[in-house]
Design a protein around this ligand. Structure first.
Ligand SMILES: *Cc1c(COP(=O)(O)O)cnc(C)c1O
Length: 466
């Protein structure tokens, strides 16, 4: 599915909605900047109001674990930027992925009142093998402990996704820009596979941000963010958000989704779809999983992300241009074997980039160093401006060695499927002057004795090996 207009995949993420989206709550005080609401609890005028709010028959803030005005503004703003119908913010991106998968694929059925309710076993998830290491840990370990199983597949092969789907599958999960190699799966094709099987497609849009891509336009059912990264933009606060794009309808196959379509005592023996309609999934995420497990977003952190979002477009532009400049120069360096970024001529993702990413493909890129692990180690240790840190989307440029860091717990098979080697170096390109960044990379190669460009370094390394 190609976009009819080059900017149609991002059209709703405008500079105006970055600043005004989601309309702040009216407190009557008329502050120009929405205030931070630092209150753990919210009071009720009467016991009747409290009773209705706790029974979830009336909306309203009760206790900040399940929502507060500042967090709610962030949820509305990100939902607007992602062309969604609503969102739930969480303490981290990891929490947003975990709660969403629990709501869709967790085992369902409960009998706190002693009556028997139908028990539905935990489900199965089909996920991209080229994925953030923390998401791999979550699915391989903690969610596996909770009975949720996973099949890892090639993000570029929709046929593999279709074949991996079983009776128990409840969600498909992919990253719009893969980590660490910046590969671009065909989201529309994966959405098609999901929808033909009556399943929702979850897209982790962290590396792209809605400024570069709105997965809702390509058929995603849920869009997830680690708002820690580009939405926040300064590497200060952790935050996560899940947005419902309004496509997924559990009533199409009610027996497959009893957690939304069957009455449960927790929600007044009324199915969530009857009470909340299209908001049923987000309600389960908030009122059950966020409430019970507690990974809630602090209002101060929500405010930091809201402030970050105001400058999303100008920041991401600079990130993209800097990354493209470095990718182009890395290509020419003799110590570099392969550069993976869709801006690189001949990159297998160049066509997808042209079609869906008119503004750029983000600032995470990887390359393979010619040499062995010790060469890579000397190079990384010699970098000065690039911080050796496991983060992306910061103002500051960062370097990571995925095999030792973010992806260190991956099985050899999953690491191979993700094409992560001992020589793979990942850069999260920041917003410094690109000339300074390139100078840092060049001096680090030289200091590591890598690259024929530098005669002095070549002589030294030859002497060292004699
Ligand atoms: C960082 C990251 C996460 C996890 O988010 P946290 O905010 O660190 O919990 C998930 N997905 C991707 C693609 C990420 O980069």
């Amino acid at each position: 599915m190609s976009s009819p207009h080059p900017y149609s995949d991002t059209a709703a993420c405008t500079a105006t909605s970055q600043i005004h989206g989601g309309a702040a709550a009216d407190t009557g005080l008329r502050p120009v900047t929405p205030p931070v609401h630092l209150s753990a609890a919210y009071e009720f005028a009467t016991l009747r109001d409290a009773r209705e709010a706790f029974a979830q028959r009336e909306a309203g803030f009760t206790y900040s674990r399940t929502g507060s005005p500042t967090v709610a503004l962030l949820e509305r703003r990100v939902a607007e930027l992602e062309a969604g119908t609503g969102g739930v913010a969480t303490a981290s991106g990891q929490a947003a992925i975990a709660l969403t998968l629990l709501a869709l694929a967790g085992s369902a059925g409960q009998s706190p009142d002693g009556r028997a309710y139908p028990q539905t076993p935990a489900g199965h998830v089909v996920a991209s093998a080229k994925i953030y290491g923390g998401t791999a840990d979550l699915l391989n370990d903690s969610l596996a402990d909770a009975g949720i199983s996973v099949t890892w597949v090639d993000p570029h092969s929709p046929e593999e996704w279709a074949q991996a789907i079983t009776e128990q599958t409840r969600a498909l999960l992919v990253e719009s820009i893969g980590n660490p190699h910046a590969d671009l799966p065909d989201i529309a094709a994966l959405a098609d596979v999901a929808h033909r099987n009556g399943l929702p497609l979850l897209v982790d849009n962290t590396l792209a941000s809605p400024y570069l891509l709105q997965p809702a336009k390509l058929g995603a059912d849920f869009v997830i963010h680690s708002a820690t990264k580009y939405l926040s933009g300064n590497g200060t606060a952790l935050a996560g958000v899940v947005v419902d794009t309004g496509r997924f309808d559990p009533t199409a196959e009610p027996e497959k989704w009893p957690q939304f379509t069957a009455p449960t005592p927790r929600f007044g023996n009324t199915p969530l779809v009857e009470r909340y309609g299209a908001g049923a999934v987000l309600h389960l995420i908030r009122a059950k999983y966020l409430h019970d497990l507690g990974p809630c977003l602090a209002p101060m952190s929500a405010q930091q992300v809201l402030e970050g979002i105001e400058t999303l477009d100008v920041r991401v532009e600079k990130h993209c241009r800097n990354a493209e400049a470095l990718a182009e120069r890395l290509l020419t360096h003799p110590a570099v074997d392969r550069v993976r970024h869709p801006s690189v001529p001949g990159d297998p993702n160049a066509e997808a980039a042209r079609k869906h990413f008119p503004r750029g493909t983000g600032a995470v890129l990887s390359f393979e160093v010619t040499g062995d692990y010790r060469d890579v180690e000397r190079f990384i240790n010699a970098l000065q401006l690039f911080k050796l840190a496991a983060n992306i989307g910061d103002s500051r440029s960062m370097v990571a060695h995925p095999a030792s860091m973010t992806h260190c717990r991956l099985s050899p098979e999953l690491r191979e499927a993700g094409e992560i080697t001992e020589q793979t170096v990942r850069l999260s390109v920041g917003r410094e002057n690109p000339e300074d960044l390139w100078a840092d990379i060049q001096q680090a190669f030289t200091a590591a004795g890598l690259g024929k460009n530098d005669d002095a370094a070549a002589t030294v390394s030859q002497e060292a090996t004699v």
